[in-house]
Each structure stands twice: as C-alpha cells, then as structure tokens.
Design a protein around this ligand. Structure first.
Ligand SMILES: [Zn+2]
Length: 62
C-alpha cells in the first residue's frame, strides 16, 4: 500500500471472508491505522475532536 515491506495481512472488507481477493498485504503501520479507522468511525462521531497532528508514516519520512 505504501511501499514499505509488508508484514501483516489485512481484510479488505472486514469480516469472515478469508479468500485471496479479500486479503491484502500491509505494513504494520498501515494495518494499524486502517483497522483503527474501521473500528473507530462510529465512536469518532461522538468523540470530542482534538487537533493532534497525525503521526507521519515512517516509510515516508526522509
Ligand atoms: Zn505502510
């Protein structure tokens, strides 16, 4: 996804579909952020917004 070496397998559509078409390789950083956004969307709507900057992807830094 980002060009960093992948060490995680992610479900493209979260659920019980473990077919190759629904799996993709991600690095740990991308997987963590994708999964946390999937699980946190509903909760985020009720959460007070903070203006913390998003951490930069390690593979995209100099
Ligand atoms: Zn990545």
């Amino acid at each position: 996804m980002c060009g960093a070496p992948a060490n995680q397998v992610d479900h493209v559509v979260p659920g019980d579909d473990h077919s190759d078409a629904n799996l993709q390789a991600l690095c740990q950083w991308c997987h963590t952020h994708k999964s946390s956004s999937e699980g946190g969307t509903a909760a985020a709507l009720t959460r007070v917004r903070t203006d913390k900057p998003k951490p930069a992807h390690p593979a995209l830094e100099d």
